[in-house]
Design a protein around this ligand. Sequence first.
Ligand code: ADP
Ligand code: MG
Length: 240
Amino acid sequence: MITIDSIHKSFGTTEVLKSVSLEVNAGEVVCLIGPSGSGKSTVLRCINGLERYDGGAITINGRQVDADSRDIHDLRTRVGMVFQRFNLFPHRSVVENVMEGPVYVKHEPRSEARKQAIELLEKVGLGDKVDAYPQQLSGGQQQRVAIARALAMRPDAILFDEPTSALDPELVGDVLTVMRDLAREGMTMVVVTHEMSFAKEVADRVCFLYGGQIVEEGNARALLTEPQHERTQDFLRRVL
Ligand code: ADP
Ligand code: MG
């Protein structure tokens, strides 16, 4: 579904992605791990066209991702993104946040969008927070709203960029549970995370990024328990 073919990316004279290649099949969960600054967020941002890449190619369902093209907005409706900071609209209620995309981008009728938003909020365990405002919710609840908001666009895939890194430890579990459920339902997911136990349990594959390159990629359990590359071994020793 997602094919990344030797993409390069520089900011000024700094090359931050050096020939990154990755394939994600429909229904697969791929986790990206690696030290801070290794290029994980940049990979995700290139996939949904928030950042342009300088060389190589990314295609989604056979269509090339081009941040400058006119159908980049259409592409973004098909690939959801969930960030470390939830970016909810503070002056809109929870259900309005979830309805936003379907109503304003997809021009769905409000009543339909609201009905669907409520179902999604129930799915992420927030059926009782429909009319609350973001600041009345915990970080973990806000992140689950952000996931419901991404799902509301009925995306083909969702990209997660450290979705639990900004949360208090006791709130992480509920967010990971929602993500685990999505994976079980067959959602295609690319997840940047430091939650190694989540990666081990849920990911089909794990890629270790270092210095803008994927230095090791493989079956999640194998890579996390028996990393082959010295850089991976060193990284995992630090985080586990
Ligand atoms: P990670 O998510 O793995 O921490 P990033 O993809 O955010 O890494 O960043 C990779 C490298 O690119 C870092 O060295 C970072 O400083 C640099 N970088 C990221 N975004 C920008 C930007 N907009 N301008 C300049 N440098 C950037
Ligand atoms: Mg990052």
